[in-house]
Design a protein around this ligand. Sequence first.
Ligand code: ADP
Ligand code: 5GP
Length: 199
Amino acid sequence: MSEKGKLIVVSGPSGAGKSTVVFKAVEKRNDVCFSISVTTRKPRPNEVDGKEYFFVDLDRFREMVENDELLEHAEYVANSYGTPRAYVEEKLQSGMNVLLDIEVQGARQVHEKMPDAVMIFIAPPSMDELRTRLEGRGTETERAIEARLIRARQEYKEADFYDYLIINDDADKAAEELNAIITSSHCKFADREDVLKNV
Ligand code: ADP
Ligand code: 5GP
């Protein structure tokens, strides 16, 4: 039985621990790959072009939008982000699950275009803990942290279309839950019922 891959969308406020949980969840499985987004945000000191993101200027970003090269795109705290379409389509076709780490507006676009996508929201246990994690990560200025906390509250209000909510209190437990969701997404009756017909 050759199955198409699933599109797995993970969202949640910046600092919730998405990267941490996703990394823990998929390090031992070979059926999940990550889509690398394009962004107009400047690289953080530890970030490498083509690894965390493809870093582009606004002109190139707009050109990609005009050429319909992006599956979805959105603005987040004064920068633009988008998912290159070709990579996602190619990997899904080859049977790989593709994981997108994107914010809520982009996730809504994906949900509307691809109703089969598995929509997962990852939240920290509290807003105080979110601030602590953002401060602890040390990658944003105090002003950028404030902007991200404001955006987090907005995202909670807009997040009513997700299928699953993971509270990232303990990262190992959150990773286990994420893995369980990915695995169970392949057990859908409708995706497998051909087996029952071939008896
Ligand atoms: P995101 O990808 O959602 O922006 P990160 O994975 O970068 O978030 O995590 C933000 C910070 O919180 C990092 O310093 C990370 O080590 C820390 N962190 C992640 N998960 C937890 C957790 N369950 N408990 C405590 N700290 C965590
Ligand atoms: P950061 O600047 O912290 O790397 O990311 C900020 C936010 O942008 C996060 O919520 C992240 O999930 C989101 N993001 C990253 N790539 C994309 C993308 O391709 N599209 C959308 N819509 N959001 C993205």
